[in-house]
Design a protein around this ligand. Sequence first.
Ligand code: SAH
Length: 208
Amino acid sequence: MAEQQVMIEYQIVARGVHDPRVLEALRTVPRHQFVPPEYVDDAYDDRPLEIGFGQTISQPYIVAYMTELLAPLPQHRVLEIGTGSGYQAAVLAELVAQVYSVEIIPELGTAAQERLKRLGYENVQVRIADGWLGWPERAPFDRILVTAAVSQIPPPLLEQLRPGGRLVMPLGRPFGSQYLVLAEKSPAGNITTRTALPVRFVSCTRAQ
Ligand code: SAH
């Protein structure tokens, strides 16, 4: 689709994402299949779109940027928190061996799982649960990507990250400033963090 190519050149490459594997994944995943019918014509626009339940599918550039920062490799097992539409999970599924994605809103998680299956993504498993707790039964993970904002890195996620692994997440207050943070776990298990881009994500909610 031509629109998809335009999106990649003008929104993503122009802003500095150059990893060829990430760009290829963005070229391959049909984003228009992940948005509600009324937004199909807007699927490749430079913005997030509503997907219901007060949630959004992230702006394409943010998906690309976070994926590049995560540095996924073909043999990796990746945990995503916040399945939403399943779009980011599909992008990851193009790049790694296995994706585990946790969504707290049952309707979104179920719809995303069905959509991913229909599109042929066999290497994504979706679980309906509070992602703050990670997915201990499937740990450890080589990479963890959180796509809802939290005020601190959830300790269970750090525990479930493999030594040498990377975690990318938006950190900040619900309506205050948020920054993407990259956390790395050294082979000895020490955590170092660095701050990347300012962002605006929907907040992480917790199961009651
Ligand atoms: N990655 C998604 C967009 C994420 S929007 C995509 O590609 O479409 C953030 C998602 O995080 C929402 O679907 C929201 O319901 C979910 N979420 C919020 N808090 C959560 C939690 N504690 N555990 C799991 N998912 C959560």
